[in-house]
Design a binder for this molecule. Structure first.
Ligand code: NAP
Length: 301
């Protein structure tokens, strides 16, 4: 059997960013609306600062209005909530993203709950989870949206496919399952209490792995020809023992890529698969939010 076709997330994300730039230009030209994204960063965690810088750069490159609000690491819960209230009321802002995790003295749940649902571009509020579950227009979490775009890039019709989502988090597994259901898949959600997990996975035409366990999904868990979407981002010691001894690491997914690519029909690599889609889908969600707020049809639908 031929090796799986690699789904190139970098390429799909680049194409999507081009479509977003065109949509932003059309919204400005036809409706005088410039989609605006505000990112809130509390503290100086270097990884978070890097993500936030990338989000700012990519939103500006797409022609959006983009602002970053930095609060000190010792900011109070009230200060963060006051900033969210200010952004909720700001008509130039259509998307608000609070970079997680927040410093440990802050409680993220009330901060997320305070974001207006129509500006919740991370799709994390209970209102948007409810809209998604009810099939109503809203904002779905960025990574599952990105996984759907990757799947559709190789499988234009998902109707009737058996899909298995491995993982049931609110951020990833549950919204992923809802999006697959909306696309007329027959969906199973598997988790740490699922019996005969390899057998359940082997039934799936589409397997989405979001468990956070390095290379857990083996080649013989995969149905021949299936589409495998690997969401996991796990740091493991470098392959070279010398480098590993120096503390060097590499990133792997939740799927054993070398084994899986011998069996699957399509597969996303890690890195370079789902990861690049997440920021592109944040920009996409900002366009969707601008359209929701101004009661316009999204040029991206
Ligand atoms: P999470 O909140 O830790 O959820 C993990 C899920 O996996 C849980 O539902 C858990 O089941 C299940 N699980 C854990 N161990 C299992 C096992 N041995 N067998 C079966 N199920 C098991 O993680 P998450 O936020 O959904 O993220 C999952 C992975 O995706 C992580 O590697 C994360 O870094 C990555 N991620 C990547 C992106 C991206 O941009 N590419 C975005 C988000 C997340 P229970 O509910 O039963 O405990």
């Amino acid at each position: 059997m031929a090796e799986a076709q690699i789904i190139d997330g970098k390429q799909v994300a680049e194409t999507l960013r081009g479509e977003i730039a065109t949509a932003v230009a059309a919204l400005k030209r036809d409706h005088g609306v410039t989609p605006g994204l505000a990112v809130v960063l509390v503290g100086e965690d270097p990884a978070s600062a890097l993500y936030v810088a990338n989000k700012g750069e990519q939103s500006k490159a797409a022609g959006m209005h983009s602002v970053t609000h930095r609060l000190p690491a010792d900011a109070s819960q009230e200060e963060v909530l006051a900033l969210v209230a200010q952004l909720n009321a700001d008509p130039s802002i259509h998307g608000i993203l609070c970079q997680l995790p927040l410093p440990s003295h802050l409680d993220s749940a009330p901060v997320i709950a305070a974001i207006h649902p129509n500006k919740d571009v991370d799709g994390l509020t209970v209102t948007n989870a409810g809209r998604l579950a009810s099939g109503l227009p809203g904002l779905a979490p960025c990574t599952p949206v990105g996984c759907m775009i990757l799947l559709r890039s190789v499988m234009p019709s998902l109707k009737g496919k058996k899909a298995l989502v491995l993982g049931r988090s609110n951020l990833m597994g549950k919204p992923m399952a809802q999006l697959l259901l909306q696309a007329d898949c027959t969906v199973t959600i598997a988790h740490s209490r699922t019996e005969d997990l390899p057998g359940a996975c082997r039934e799936a035409d589409i397997l989405v792995a979001a468990v956070g366990r390095p290379e857990m999904v083996k080649g013989d868990w995969i149905k021949p020809g299936a589409a495998v979407i690997d969401v996991g981002i796990n740091r493991v010691p470098a392959r070279d023992p010398q480098k590993a001894a120096e503390g060097r690491t590499r990133v792997v997914g939740d799927v054993d890529f070398e084994e899986a690519k011998q069996v699957a029909g399509w597969i996303t690599p890690v890195p370079g698969g789902v990861g690049p889609m997440t920021i592109a889908c944040l920009l996409r969600n900002t366009v969707t939010a601008a359209c929701l707020i101004h009661d316009l049809k999204s040029p991206l639908d």
